[in-house]
Design a protein around this ligand. Structure first.
Ligand code: AVJ
Length: 323
């Protein structure tokens, strides 16, 4: 495997400043929030990998089963693929499963992630397929997509893969904007493979986001540990508890960190000094859940038409081509 790096590999000055500014802005909104992409520092990425091994969180396992059964069909529906872009590769296992059924020469794989830890793990996992050229982009999805759109060679088709229901972290306007930036980075005949978790009974959804082992709670509360460490904050992590709620009208599971008491918190790196009321929460993540009928219109608005759909146990894998 040849491996090139683009962007910084550690928490650069620029990404530290962006984190400090985002924390200052979102923690002082009403309701208080923190963007979910900051959940993935080194420990957060490991905790998410652990979540994927929990019996109650089935997204990763079902998607893996869909990918291993249908990867051949995905590639057979496309012209020869020369460029693959994965947004948010995580451990890299999904892409390994997909690419094992792909072309065995002439493919460059671009990994786009805000987590250097995830990029390193994913690149190591892809070493199992030594014929791939791997380029890591330490960047947001939008920045990574536009860099790849400018630099990629025009021969062969491109396939963007956006798996694991990662899209679920975007609210509806954000989803439309993101899918449009995917479309803008692509040309005619290029494709998108999208993994989406579907609406299912509330009890199942809540178990997936509030598991009996407390791994998801640790994943959520680690965000405060990260703020304390990287931005010189003084959150008393013991005084915030994990809560998952199914917001049916909005079709999303929300994660919150609920303040157990009235307490003051300072984050020096973000120059904020705030007071939480007892019961007041920080909203740290939305995971939107879809109905099958939502998928084609959502892709259509961004300039894609669906060419393949595979589903299993409340999860869908959709292949779409640019129009
Ligand atoms: C990686 C964003 C798809 O929303 O289900 C897992 C993250 N949050 N448990 C999701 C997550 C809580 C996950 N995504």
């Amino acid at each position: 495997m040849s491996m090139r790096h683009s962007g910084a590999s550690g928490p650069s000055e620029a990404s530290r400043t962006a984190f400090a500014d985002d924390v200052a802005y979102y923690l002082t909104q009403n309701p208080r929030q923190l963007p979910s992409r900051y959940l993935y520092d080194e420990l957060g990425s490991s905790l998410f990998d652990a979540i994927c091994r929990l019996p109650w969180y089935r997204i990763a396992r079902i998607e893996h089963s869909l990918l291993s059964r249908h990867a051949g069909a995905v590639f057979s529906r496309l012209q020869p693929v020369a460029t693959v872009v994965e947004l948010g590769p995580g451990s890299g296992e999904k892409l390994v499963t997909l690419m094992a059924a792909g072309p065995d020469r002439g493919v460059t794989v671009h990994l786009v992630d805000v987590s250097p830890a995830a990029l390193d793990t994913a690149a190591s996992a892809l070493a199992a397929l030594p014929w791939l050229t791997v380029v890591a982009h330490h960047a947001t999805y939008e920045a990574g997509l536009s860099a790849i759109g400018r630099s990629r060679d025009a021969t062969g088709q491109a396939l963007v893969v956006f798996l694991g229901s990662n899209i679920g972290n975007f609210d509806p306007p954000g989803t439309d904007a993101l899918l449009r930036s995917v479309r803008a980075a692509l040309g005619r005949g290029d494709a998108l493979l999208l993994g989406t978790d579907l609406v299912k009974p509330e009890s199942e959804l809540l178990l997936a986001y509030d598991d009996p082992l407390g791994v998801t709670a640790a994943f959520n509360r680690n965000l405060l540990v990260r703020v304390n460490r990287e931005l010189d904050g003084d959150f008393d992590v013991n005084q915030f508890s994990h809560r998952a709620v199914w917001n049916a009208p909005a079709s999303r599971v929300e994660m919150h960190l609920v303040s157990q008491t009235r307490q003051r918190v300072q984050v020096r790196g973000s120059r904020i000094d705030i007071t939480f009321d007892a019961g007041e929460s920080v909203w740290t993540e939305s995971s939107y859940k879809y109905r099958l009928d939502d998928l084609a219109p959502m892709l259509d608005r961004a300039g894609f038409r669906v060419t393949g759909l595979w589903q299993e146990s409340g999860f869908a894998l959709t292949l779409a081509e640019t129009r």
